[in-house]
Design a protein around this ligand. Structure first.
Ligand SMILES: [Zn+2]
Length: 376
């Protein structure tokens, strides 16, 4: 039963059911549907390292996140000249969300100069100087033809003084206006709430962004090294103030326990490099907690990673063989373990959606917290 249906440009967001603050929804985008709460697999450079688009589809991934900064130099120009979208170029026909490059202000901060106009990056790879402004970021994202674009913002470090965070939040608001003004396509555009760990600054940021009327709202500037308790306080207090009728996205989060906590507070969308980055390093998520394939106890273990998992890796390969591949530095190890983790995360989100539907989310959260507190 659809209880709410909102049409935002070509994007539609249906909230099918609510359980307390949690929302079960469906996001309809130009390139397909995304069931929410959703986890977006991160393909920063237009690919999820080691995985083909076919692998991702087999893992039931419905949407991919790519990054405008990493794609700015060449691919956006190719897409524009050849009149194709990023979907065509990377052979991924499902929805894509592009991040604006603002996060790189944070992650490459030793190599950046920030002004009101935008950010000058010095590439850590070759020293080339690149300039990215709100207008340029939107133009690149429009050239890429993503389904959802993010505004260009500054993601401040943690910890910083309130004065510094306020200055940064005001700059992000100014850039939000410029991003909105530069938006000329029918692609959806999400605003990003900043304000560090200060709730009053977050509320100011949110109320100003709402005036600009974005298609969805994200919480940015979290998962930057702050204690879990502080992050949870911000998520809990700000999530419920985000507009009820628009998708809500918590950026850069996270572990299964963080995701289910935020879903319970009303968040609809997530992204994180954890499943793939950890997978390549032998850290695997299972229904019994995390496991590290490099542990010597798996040497003669012919069981799959998780006997309850139906991914390609678990259907075909043993822990012992994966450990062997990893030890031999065979890239197949990273690929197979990433497939498992990506599949696990999608399966986890599906279970969360079922729990919202059934009204058993709190019981599931309790179980997940117990499993992961015992395994870490
Ligand atoms: Zn598996």
């Amino acid at each position: 039963m659809v209880i709410v249906c909102f049409s935002i440009g070509i994007m539609k967001f249906n909230i099918k059911k609510k359980y307390k603050k949690a929302r079960l929804g469906l996001l309809t985008l130009d390139h397909g549907e995304v069931n929410t709460p959703a986890f977006m697999t991160v393909g920063t450079y237009g690919s999820v390292r080691g995985l083909s688009e076919n692998d991702l589809e087999n893992c039931n991934a419905e949407i991919m996140l790519c990054n405008a900064y990493h794609l700015m130099s060449k691919i956006s120009e190719i897409c524009s000249i050849k009149s194709i979208t990023l979907h065509d170029y990377i052979a991924w026909n499902r929805p894509i969300l592009t991040d604006s490059g603002g996060y790189q202000v944070f992650s490459l901060s030793e190599h950046t100069e920030v002004s009101r106009k935008g950010v000058t990056f010095k590439s850590p790879l070759n020293g080339d100087t690149l300039f990215l402004s709100p207008e340029k970021s939107i133009k690149i994202q429009e050239m890429l033809g993503s389904d959802i674009m993010m505004i260009f913002d500054e993601c401040p470090k943690y910890p910083l003084s309130k004065e510094a965070i306020e200055k940064s939040m005001e700059l992000s608001l100014y850039w939000a206006e410029l991003s909105k003004g530069a938006h000329s396509s029918n692609q959806s555009l999400f605003g990003i709430v900043q304000g560090g760990m200060y709730e009053d600054l977050r509320e100011t940021s949110l109320s100003e962004l709402i005036k600009l009327d974005f298609d969805g709202y994200a919480l940015g500037g979290l998962s930057v090294g702050e204690p879990k308790m502080i992050r949870e306080r911000i998520v809990s207090n700000i999530s419920s103030k985000l507009p009820d009728d628009k998708p809500r996205y918590l950026m850069g989060v996270g572990k299964p326990t963080d995701i289910i906590y935020a879903v319970n507070e009303g968040i609809d969308m997530f992204d994180c490099v954890i499943p793939t980055r950890n997978g390549r390093n032998g850290q695997l998520f299972t229904n019994h907690g995390t496991m590290n394939i490099r542990n010597s106890k798996y040497e003669n273990d012919l069981k799959p990673i998780d006997e309850a998992c139906t991914c390609y890796t678990c259907k075909n390969y043993s822990r012992s063989f994966l450990k062997h591949l990893d030890k031999c530095n065979d890239s197949l190890a990273g690929r197979l373990m990433s497939i498992h983790n990506v599949y696990f995360y999608q399966d986890f989100m599906k279970k969360i959606r079922t729990a919202i539907y059934d009204g058993t989310l709190e019981q599931m959260m309790e179980k997940v917290n117990l499993i992961y507190s015992n395994s870490q």
